[in-house]
Design a protein around this ligand. Sequence first.
Ligand code: FMN
Ligand code: SF4
Ligand code: SF4
Length: 367
Amino acid sequence: METQFNIKIEDISIKSPIAAACMAGISDGGYIEKISEYIGIGILGGYAIDDDTIKAARIMSNEGRNEFLPRNLIEYIKVQKAIVELAGVVPAINIRASEAISLANLVENLGKNLIYEIDAHCRQKPMIDAKSGEYLLLHPEVLISFVQTLKIAGVVVSVKIRAGVAENDPELIRLLWKAGADIIHVDLMDNGFPYLKKIRDVSPVFIIANNGITTYAKAKDMFSHGADMISLARNANKNTLSELDKSIRQNTKEHGWYNAPKQLCRGGDIRSLAFCCMPVKPCPLLPTLEKLKISPQEFVNMKMEAVAGTPLEQGSSTCFGSLAYCCKDSTPCMFRDAALNQAGIKKTNYMELKRELSRKLMKKIFT
Ligand SMILES: Cc1cc2nc3c(=O)[nH]c(=O)nc-3n(C[C@H](O)[C@H](O)[C@H](O)COP(=O)(O)O)c2cc1C
Ligand code: SF4
Ligand code: SF4
Protein backbone atom coordinates (compact mmCIF):
# COMPACT_ATOMS: atom_id res chain seq x y z
CA MET A 1 0.00 0.00 0.00
CA GLU A 2 1.60 3.30 -1.13
CA THR A 3 0.47 6.25 0.95
CA GLN A 4 1.34 9.90 1.28
CA PHE A 5 3.51 9.12 4.30
CA ASN A 6 5.32 5.95 3.27
CA ILE A 7 5.34 4.47 6.79
CA LYS A 8 6.43 0.87 7.24
CA ILE A 9 7.19 -1.30 10.24
CA GLU A 10 8.80 -4.52 9.08
CA ASP A 11 6.52 -5.42 6.16
CA ILE A 12 3.43 -3.66 7.56
CA SER A 13 2.34 -0.51 5.69
CA ILE A 14 0.59 2.12 7.76
CA LYS A 15 -1.67 4.67 6.12
CA SER A 16 -1.44 7.47 8.66
CA PRO A 17 1.04 8.62 11.34
CA ILE A 18 -1.79 8.84 13.90
CA ALA A 19 -2.53 5.86 16.18
CA ALA A 20 -5.36 5.31 18.60
CA ALA A 21 -3.77 4.47 21.97
CA CYS A 22 -5.64 1.88 24.01
CA MET A 23 -7.94 2.43 26.95
CA ALA A 24 -8.83 -0.66 28.94
CA GLY A 25 -12.52 -1.46 28.83
CA ILE A 26 -13.07 1.08 26.04
CA SER A 27 -10.83 0.43 23.01
CA ASP A 28 -12.57 -2.42 21.20
CA GLY A 29 -13.15 -3.06 17.51
CA GLY A 30 -16.28 -0.89 17.32
CA TYR A 31 -14.46 2.01 18.96
CA ILE A 32 -11.58 1.80 16.48
CA GLU A 33 -13.94 1.36 13.52
CA LYS A 34 -15.62 4.71 14.25
CA ILE A 35 -12.33 6.62 13.92
CA SER A 36 -10.74 4.39 11.27
CA GLU A 37 -10.70 7.14 8.63
CA TYR A 38 -8.07 9.06 10.56
CA ILE A 39 -5.74 6.46 12.04
CA GLY A 40 -3.08 4.06 10.84
CA ILE A 41 -2.84 1.77 13.89
CA GLY A 42 -5.70 0.92 16.23
CA ILE A 43 -4.54 -0.41 19.57
CA LEU A 44 -7.06 -2.71 21.23
CA GLY A 45 -7.14 -3.51 24.94
CA GLY A 46 -5.37 -3.59 27.28
CA TYR A 47 -6.09 -7.23 27.87
CA ALA A 48 -5.05 -9.22 30.91
CA ILE A 49 -3.92 -12.54 29.48
CA ASP A 50 -2.96 -14.84 32.35
CA ASP A 51 -4.27 -15.87 35.77
CA ASP A 52 -2.39 -13.26 37.79
CA THR A 53 -3.15 -10.32 35.51
CA ILE A 54 -6.80 -11.38 35.08
CA LYS A 55 -7.10 -11.49 38.88
CA ALA A 56 -5.59 -7.99 39.00
CA ALA A 57 -7.99 -6.73 36.31
CA ARG A 58 -10.93 -8.17 38.33
CA ILE A 59 -9.78 -6.27 41.43
CA MET A 60 -9.43 -3.08 39.35
CA SER A 61 -12.87 -3.65 37.83
CA ASN A 62 -14.37 -4.13 41.29
CA GLU A 63 -12.75 -0.84 42.30
CA GLY A 64 -14.68 0.86 39.49
CA ARG A 65 -12.23 0.91 36.58
CA ASN A 66 -13.23 -0.14 33.07
CA GLU A 67 -11.64 -3.47 32.20
CA PHE A 68 -12.03 -6.03 29.42
CA LEU A 69 -12.78 -9.36 31.04
CA PRO A 70 -14.27 -11.47 28.24
CA ARG A 71 -15.28 -15.07 28.91
CA ASN A 72 -13.31 -16.38 25.93
CA LEU A 73 -10.36 -14.03 25.51
CA ILE A 74 -8.93 -15.56 22.33
CA GLU A 75 -12.20 -15.68 20.39
CA TYR A 76 -13.05 -12.20 21.61
CA ILE A 77 -9.73 -10.69 20.47
CA LYS A 78 -10.03 -12.45 17.09
CA VAL A 79 -13.38 -10.75 16.49
CA GLN A 80 -12.07 -7.30 17.55
CA LYS A 81 -9.00 -7.68 15.36
CA ALA A 82 -11.15 -8.63 12.35
CA ILE A 83 -13.28 -5.50 12.83
CA VAL A 84 -10.18 -3.29 12.89
CA GLU A 85 -8.72 -4.98 9.81
CA LEU A 86 -11.96 -4.64 7.89
CA ALA A 87 -11.92 -0.93 8.69
CA GLY A 88 -8.54 -0.64 6.91
CA VAL A 89 -6.52 -0.05 10.07
CA VAL A 90 -3.49 -2.04 11.27
CA PRO A 91 -4.51 -3.88 14.45
CA ALA A 92 -2.42 -3.97 17.62
CA ILE A 93 -3.23 -5.41 21.04
CA ASN A 94 -2.02 -4.02 24.33
CA ILE A 95 -1.37 -6.90 26.70
CA ARG A 96 -0.77 -7.32 30.39
CA ALA A 97 1.24 -10.43 31.13
CA SER A 98 2.87 -11.65 34.32
CA GLU A 99 5.18 -14.17 32.68
CA ALA A 100 6.81 -14.71 29.31
CA ILE A 101 5.16 -18.06 28.63
CA SER A 102 1.73 -16.36 28.57
CA LEU A 103 2.93 -14.23 25.65
CA ALA A 104 4.21 -17.23 23.72
CA ASN A 105 0.87 -19.02 24.27
CA LEU A 106 -1.05 -15.95 23.14
CA VAL A 107 0.84 -15.78 19.84
CA GLU A 108 0.22 -19.48 19.29
CA ASN A 109 -3.50 -18.91 19.69
CA LEU A 110 -3.89 -15.57 17.92
CA GLY A 111 -1.30 -15.83 15.16
CA LYS A 112 1.33 -13.46 13.91
CA ASN A 113 -0.80 -11.08 11.96
CA LEU A 114 -1.03 -8.22 14.42
CA ILE A 115 1.20 -5.99 16.50
CA TYR A 116 1.74 -7.14 20.09
CA GLU A 117 2.16 -4.26 22.52
CA ILE A 118 3.51 -5.10 25.98
CA ASP A 119 1.83 -2.95 28.62
CA ALA A 120 4.70 -1.69 30.78
CA HIS A 121 2.63 1.42 31.49
CA CYS A 122 -0.21 0.51 33.87
CA ARG A 123 0.43 2.00 37.31
CA GLN A 124 -2.51 0.42 39.14
CA LYS A 125 -1.30 -1.43 42.23
CA PRO A 126 -3.04 -4.76 41.52
CA MET A 127 -1.37 -4.92 38.09
CA ILE A 128 2.03 -4.01 39.53
CA ASP A 129 1.54 -6.68 42.23
CA ALA A 130 0.84 -9.13 39.41
CA LYS A 131 4.33 -8.30 38.04
CA SER A 132 2.92 -6.52 35.04
CA GLY A 133 2.48 -2.91 33.85
CA GLU A 134 4.91 -0.49 35.45
CA TYR A 135 6.55 -3.36 37.34
CA LEU A 136 8.33 -4.14 34.08
CA LEU A 137 9.94 -0.70 33.89
CA LEU A 138 11.51 -1.32 37.27
CA HIS A 139 12.56 -4.85 36.28
CA PRO A 140 14.01 -4.31 32.81
CA GLU A 141 15.45 -7.83 32.65
CA VAL A 142 11.89 -9.21 32.78
CA LEU A 143 10.66 -6.73 30.18
CA ILE A 144 13.55 -7.64 27.90
CA SER A 145 12.73 -11.34 28.28
CA PHE A 146 9.12 -10.54 27.26
CA VAL A 147 10.35 -8.77 24.12
CA GLN A 148 12.65 -11.65 23.27
CA THR A 149 9.87 -14.20 23.75
CA LEU A 150 7.60 -12.32 21.35
CA LYS A 151 10.39 -11.89 18.81
CA ILE A 152 11.18 -15.59 18.95
CA ALA A 153 7.48 -16.20 18.31
CA GLY A 154 7.95 -14.08 15.16
CA VAL A 155 5.71 -11.06 15.76
CA VAL A 156 6.06 -7.29 15.56
CA VAL A 157 6.57 -6.00 19.10
CA SER A 158 5.72 -2.67 20.64
CA VAL A 159 6.53 -1.71 24.22
CA LYS A 160 4.28 0.85 25.88
CA ILE A 161 6.20 2.79 28.51
CA ARG A 162 5.57 5.72 30.78
CA ALA A 163 8.44 8.22 30.73
CA GLY A 164 10.27 8.91 33.96
CA VAL A 165 9.55 5.62 35.74
CA ALA A 166 12.54 3.48 34.70
CA GLU A 167 15.91 4.33 36.16
CA ASN A 168 17.21 5.53 32.81
CA ASP A 169 14.75 5.69 29.91
CA PRO A 170 17.26 6.20 27.06
CA GLU A 171 19.32 3.24 28.28
CA LEU A 172 16.21 1.08 28.68
CA ILE A 173 15.10 1.94 25.18
CA ARG A 174 18.50 1.13 23.75
CA LEU A 175 18.33 -2.28 25.46
CA LEU A 176 14.78 -2.92 24.26
CA TRP A 177 15.77 -2.10 20.70
CA LYS A 178 18.78 -4.43 21.00
CA ALA A 179 16.43 -7.13 22.30
CA GLY A 180 14.38 -6.77 19.12
CA ALA A 181 11.57 -4.35 20.02
CA ASP A 182 10.20 -2.83 16.81
CA ILE A 183 8.23 0.00 18.39
CA ILE A 184 8.53 2.08 21.54
CA HIS A 185 5.20 3.67 22.39
CA VAL A 186 6.01 6.32 24.96
CA ASP A 187 3.60 8.17 27.20
CA LEU A 188 5.71 11.28 27.74
CA MET A 189 3.57 12.50 30.65
CA ASP A 190 4.58 16.15 31.24
CA ASN A 191 8.06 15.76 29.80
CA GLY A 192 7.27 16.88 26.28
CA PHE A 193 9.47 16.84 23.20
CA PRO A 194 12.88 17.48 24.87
CA TYR A 195 12.50 14.07 26.51
CA LEU A 196 11.43 12.52 23.22
CA LYS A 197 14.63 13.79 21.57
CA LYS A 198 16.73 12.07 24.25
CA ILE A 199 14.97 8.80 23.49
CA ARG A 200 15.25 9.30 19.72
CA ASP A 201 18.99 9.82 19.87
CA VAL A 202 19.90 6.37 21.24
CA SER A 203 18.45 4.03 18.60
CA PRO A 204 16.68 3.87 15.27
CA VAL A 205 13.62 2.16 16.82
CA PHE A 206 10.17 3.24 15.57
CA ILE A 207 8.72 5.69 18.12
CA ILE A 208 5.07 6.48 18.82
CA ALA A 209 4.79 9.58 21.01
CA ASN A 210 1.83 9.92 23.33
CA ASN A 211 0.18 12.18 25.89
CA GLY A 212 -1.99 15.19 25.34
CA ILE A 213 -1.22 15.50 21.61
CA THR A 214 -4.42 17.24 20.63
CA THR A 215 -3.27 20.01 18.29
CA TYR A 216 -1.16 20.14 15.17
CA ALA A 217 1.39 22.37 16.95
CA LYS A 218 1.94 19.62 19.53
CA ALA A 219 2.02 16.90 16.87
CA LYS A 220 4.60 18.87 14.90
CA ASP A 221 6.80 19.25 17.99
CA MET A 222 6.70 15.47 18.35
CA PHE A 223 7.39 14.76 14.68
CA SER A 224 10.26 17.23 14.54
CA HIS A 225 11.94 15.75 17.63
CA GLY A 226 11.84 12.10 16.72
CA ALA A 227 8.31 10.67 16.62
CA ASP A 228 7.45 8.34 13.75
CA MET A 229 3.83 8.44 14.83
CA ILE A 230 1.72 10.13 17.48
CA SER A 231 -1.08 8.52 19.43
CA LEU A 232 -4.19 9.72 21.20
CA ALA A 233 -6.30 8.04 23.84
CA ARG A 234 -8.60 10.34 25.81
CA ASN A 235 -9.08 12.74 22.89
CA ALA A 236 -9.26 10.22 20.07
CA ASN A 237 -12.55 11.71 18.91
CA LYS A 238 -13.53 12.52 15.34
CA ASN A 239 -13.15 16.30 15.74
CA THR A 240 -9.63 16.22 17.12
CA LEU A 241 -8.48 13.44 14.83
CA SER A 242 -9.88 15.00 11.67
CA GLU A 243 -8.20 18.34 12.44
CA LEU A 244 -4.88 16.61 13.07
CA ASP A 245 -5.27 14.50 9.94
CA LYS A 246 -6.04 17.54 7.80
CA SER A 247 -3.06 19.56 9.05
CA ILE A 248 -0.59 16.68 8.83
CA ARG A 249 -1.69 15.95 5.24
CA GLN A 250 -1.52 19.60 4.23
CA ASN A 251 1.94 20.07 5.74
CA THR A 252 3.21 16.90 4.08
CA LYS A 253 1.82 18.04 0.74
CA GLU A 254 3.71 21.33 1.08
CA HIS A 255 6.97 20.07 2.57
CA GLY A 256 7.26 16.29 1.99
CA TRP A 257 8.88 14.21 4.83
CA TYR A 258 6.00 14.37 7.32
CA ASN A 259 8.23 14.00 10.40
CA ALA A 260 11.30 15.91 9.29
CA PRO A 261 13.52 16.89 12.22
CA LYS A 262 14.54 20.40 13.11
CA GLN A 263 18.12 21.21 12.15
CA LEU A 264 20.71 20.12 14.70
CA CYS A 265 21.62 23.69 15.68
CA ARG A 266 17.93 24.37 16.35
CA GLY A 267 17.60 21.46 18.77
CA GLY A 268 16.94 18.76 16.18
CA ASP A 269 17.43 15.06 16.90
CA ILE A 270 19.99 12.72 15.42
CA ARG A 271 18.08 12.35 12.12
CA SER A 272 18.94 15.98 11.38
CA LEU A 273 22.51 14.98 10.50
CA ALA A 274 21.02 14.67 7.01
CA PHE A 275 20.85 18.49 6.92
CA CYS A 276 24.24 19.17 8.47
CA CYS A 277 27.07 21.02 6.77
CA MET A 278 30.56 19.69 6.28
CA PRO A 279 32.10 19.49 9.74
CA VAL A 280 34.38 22.49 9.27
CA LYS A 281 33.24 25.00 11.89
CA PRO A 282 32.57 25.14 15.63
CA CYS A 283 28.88 24.27 15.94
CA PRO A 284 26.77 21.50 17.56
CA LEU A 285 27.80 19.02 14.84
CA LEU A 286 31.33 18.42 16.15
CA PRO A 287 30.35 17.50 19.74
CA THR A 288 27.50 15.37 18.36
CA LEU A 289 29.92 13.43 16.16
CA GLU A 290 32.33 13.08 19.06
CA LYS A 291 29.58 11.60 21.22
CA LEU A 292 28.77 9.15 18.44
CA LYS A 293 32.48 8.34 18.08
CA ILE A 294 32.42 9.34 14.41
CA SER A 295 35.37 11.36 13.11
CA PRO A 296 34.65 14.39 10.87
CA GLN A 297 36.22 12.56 7.92
CA GLU A 298 34.08 9.48 8.59
CA PHE A 299 31.01 11.72 8.60
CA VAL A 300 31.96 13.17 5.22
CA ASN A 301 32.53 9.65 3.86
CA MET A 302 29.21 8.44 5.30
CA LYS A 303 27.31 11.27 3.67
CA MET A 304 28.99 10.96 0.30
CA GLU A 305 28.49 7.17 0.22
CA ALA A 306 24.84 7.61 1.17
CA VAL A 307 24.09 10.09 -1.63
CA ALA A 308 26.22 8.40 -4.30
CA GLY A 309 24.15 7.95 -7.44
CA THR A 310 21.22 9.99 -6.05
CA PRO A 311 20.17 13.54 -7.03
CA LEU A 312 21.59 14.83 -3.72
CA GLU A 313 25.09 14.15 -4.96
CA GLN A 314 24.97 17.22 -7.19
CA GLY A 315 24.93 20.90 -6.25
CA SER A 316 28.27 22.42 -7.24
CA SER A 317 26.96 25.94 -6.57
CA THR A 318 26.07 25.17 -2.93
CA CYS A 319 28.28 25.90 0.11
CA PHE A 320 29.92 22.47 0.19
CA GLY A 321 29.57 21.41 -3.42
CA SER A 322 26.76 18.92 -2.81
CA LEU A 323 23.12 18.99 -1.75
CA ALA A 324 24.10 16.28 0.76
CA TYR A 325 25.14 19.13 3.08
CA CYS A 326 22.25 21.48 2.37
CA CYS A 327 19.75 22.84 4.87
CA LYS A 328 16.08 22.05 5.39
CA ASP A 329 13.61 23.42 2.86
CA SER A 330 12.28 25.85 5.48
CA THR A 331 15.67 27.63 5.62
CA PRO A 332 15.61 30.11 2.73
CA CYS A 333 18.61 29.68 0.40
CA MET A 334 18.87 30.80 -3.21
CA PHE A 335 21.95 28.65 -3.90
CA ARG A 336 20.23 25.44 -2.86
CA ASP A 337 17.06 26.42 -4.69
CA ALA A 338 19.04 27.17 -7.85
CA ALA A 339 20.74 23.77 -7.60
CA LEU A 340 17.35 22.08 -7.12
CA ASN A 341 15.89 23.95 -10.09
CA GLN A 342 18.82 23.01 -12.25
CA ALA A 343 18.44 19.35 -11.28
CA GLY A 344 14.66 19.51 -11.75
CA ILE A 345 13.95 18.46 -8.14
CA LYS A 346 10.84 19.75 -6.40
CA LYS A 347 11.25 20.87 -2.77
CA THR A 348 9.00 18.06 -1.52
CA ASN A 349 11.15 15.53 -3.39
CA TYR A 350 14.26 17.14 -1.95
CA MET A 351 12.88 16.55 1.54
CA GLU A 352 12.01 12.93 0.72
CA LEU A 353 15.56 12.44 -0.56
CA LYS A 354 16.84 13.89 2.73
CA ARG A 355 14.59 11.41 4.54
CA GLU A 356 16.27 8.59 2.66
CA LEU A 357 19.68 10.05 3.43
CA SER A 358 18.75 10.28 7.11
CA ARG A 359 17.61 6.64 7.08
CA LYS A 360 20.92 5.54 5.61
CA LEU A 361 22.92 7.59 8.13
CA MET A 362 20.90 6.15 11.04
CA LYS A 363 21.53 2.65 9.73
CA LYS A 364 25.29 3.29 9.56
CA ILE A 365 25.38 4.87 13.01
CA PHE A 366 23.42 2.11 14.73
CA THR A 367 25.01 -0.99 13.22
C1 FMN B 1 -9.37 4.97 30.83
C2 FMN B 1 -7.97 4.71 30.35
C3 FMN B 1 -7.52 3.40 30.22
C4 FMN B 1 -6.23 3.14 29.80
N1 FMN B 1 -5.83 1.84 29.64
C5 FMN B 1 -4.56 1.58 29.22
C6 FMN B 1 -4.12 0.24 29.05
O1 FMN B 1 -4.84 -0.72 29.29
N2 FMN B 1 -2.84 0.04 28.64
C7 FMN B 1 -1.98 1.08 28.36
O2 FMN B 1 -0.84 0.84 27.95
N3 FMN B 1 -2.39 2.35 28.49
C8 FMN B 1 -3.66 2.62 28.91
N4 FMN B 1 -4.06 3.93 29.04
C9 FMN B 1 -3.14 5.04 28.72
C10 FMN B 1 -3.43 5.65 27.35
O3 FMN B 1 -3.21 4.73 26.31
C11 FMN B 1 -2.52 6.90 27.13
O4 FMN B 1 -1.17 6.50 27.23
C12 FMN B 1 -2.79 8.03 28.12
O5 FMN B 1 -4.18 8.21 28.29
C13 FMN B 1 -2.15 9.34 27.66
O6 FMN B 1 -2.54 9.67 26.34
P1 FMN B 1 -3.70 10.76 26.00
O7 FMN B 1 -3.24 12.05 26.60
O8 FMN B 1 -3.80 10.81 24.52
O9 FMN B 1 -4.95 10.27 26.65
C14 FMN B 1 -5.36 4.21 29.50
C15 FMN B 1 -5.82 5.53 29.63
C16 FMN B 1 -7.10 5.78 30.05
C17 FMN B 1 -7.55 7.22 30.18
S1 SF4 C 1 26.69 21.57 10.70
FE1 SF4 C 1 25.38 23.26 9.95
S2 SF4 C 1 23.28 22.49 10.24
FE2 SF4 C 1 24.61 21.18 11.47
S3 SF4 C 1 24.63 22.06 13.49
FE3 SF4 C 1 26.36 22.96 12.40
S4 SF4 C 1 25.59 24.84 11.50
FE4 SF4 C 1 23.82 23.61 12.11
S1 SF4 D 1 23.87 26.38 -0.08
FE1 SF4 D 1 22.26 27.17 1.23
S2 SF4 D 1 21.10 25.34 1.85
FE2 SF4 D 1 23.09 24.65 1.07
S3 SF4 D 1 24.39 24.52 2.88
FE3 SF4 D 1 24.68 26.58 1.98
S4 SF4 D 1 23.23 27.86 3.10
FE4 SF4 D 1 22.59 25.74 3.45
